[in-house]
Design a protein around this ligand. Structure first.
Ligand code: UFG
Length: 315
């Protein structure tokens, strides 16, 4: 059996650390590359090798890509709200950093890439379900950087798949414990719902959106299902670049996430209505037909499982 070494950039972050563990469980050798700016050293699978380095350091990337069979690229700045405050930082790290990674891959002769793209590339959609052919018109700098990276990958000669994630949630249970989202400054909905208290109620960002209950609608997908899509993608890389949505194909409003969480917790969640957040589109829901056709993938875990797993990981 030929063991292949996979470079996992951002492998100390929420999604990347789950990927590293699942890849190792599938028999791959994993090298994690992360600058620990938002990730956690203790989230890195103990069976993985680790280089502490930045995407802005080309020589560190050249070293990291040596003898790798493929790269899974998760590293980058990933917050919609922050990107509207710091657009230059997002361009530098996401676009400049990925340009460095592609240059390093070229110099090391690595031709296979799975990239974390985003639903934020689409912007405010024109149709109910977003397909990969839907027009790309990001409403925030974060989405703009992910779109430009997808274009950069298309222009390269790499065998690549960009997975356009919708809203990732949930956690992975391992023998060492749970791997879950642990951001110092948490902005994501489900973690914030679960930690809301009477003194610190969940802020609902906008109750006057053009949606059935006035709150934003998103498509939530379990991190374990998401990483399963990456593993399938690794096997489906062809000589060109494919872009594939990864979501559940269903929309849930902020209020629906709150009521699903109340059922999981068996108690009320304190909330307060707040103004709209900059850069948010009203509704983002994926068509996942292409993921089913090309990858043979379908999500297996529902919103309740995402909430319950995140809750179990926090205990
Ligand atoms: N929200 C609240 N209160 C909070 C946090 C979030 O009302 O305390 C709302 C947001 O306004 C939004 C929804 O909950 O309507 C989901 O917000 P998240 O911050 O959890 O997720 P986003 O939709 O902003 O962004 C996430 C990822 C991005 C990715 C995007 C794709 O962070 O990387 O999904 O849809 F691009």
């Amino acid at each position: 059996l030929l063991v292949s070494k996979i470079l996992v950039t951002g492998g100390a972050g929420y999604i990347g650390s789950v990927a590293a563990t699942v890849l190792i469980d599938h028999g791959h050798e994993v090298l994690v590359f992360d600058d620990l700016s938002t990730g956690h050293k203790d989230a890195i699978d103990p069976r993985a090798s680790f280089i502490e380095g930045s995407l802005l350091d080309l020589s560190a990337l050249k070293q990291a890509t040596q003898n790798c069979a493929a790269v899974m690229h998760f590293a980058g700045k990933s917050l919609v709200g922050e990107s509207t405050q710091k657009p230059d930082l997002y361009r530098e790290v996401n676009i400049g950093g990925t340009a460095n990674l592609l240059a390093a891959m070229k110099s090391s002769g690595v031709e296979r890439l799975v990239f974390s793209s985003s639903a934020a590339t689409y912007g405010q959609p024109q149709s109910d379900l977003i397909t990969e052919d839907s027009p790309a018109a990001p409403t925030n700098p974060y989405g703009q950087t992910k779109l430009e990276i997808d274009q950069m990958i298309s222009a390269s000669k790499l065998s690549a798949i960009s997975l356009r994630y919708f809203n990732v949630a949930g956690a992975l249970q391992t023998k060492q414990g749970w791997i879950s989202e642990r951001h110092a400054n948490e902005t994501h909905l489900i973690p914030n719902v679960l930690k809301a208290t009477g003194e610190n109620p969940l802020k609902i960002f906008g109750t006057d959106w053009d949606t059935p209950d006035g709150t934003c609608v998103r498509d939530y997908v379990h991190v374990v299902d998401l990483i399963d899509a990456h593993i399938l993608a690794l096997d489906k890389l062809t000589s060109h670049h494919e872009i594939i949505n990864i979501g559940s194909g269903r929309g849930n409003s902020v209020r629906e996430v709150i009521s699903a969480s109340e059922k999981v917790l068996g108690r009320k969640i304190a909330t307060v209505d707040a103004p709209r957040r900059d850069g948010d589109p009203a509704r983002l829901v994926a068509s996942i037909d292409k993921a089913q056709k090309v990858l043979g993938w379908a999500p297996a875990r529902d919103l309740t499982a995402m909430i319950a797993d995140h809750h179990a990981a926090q205990k």
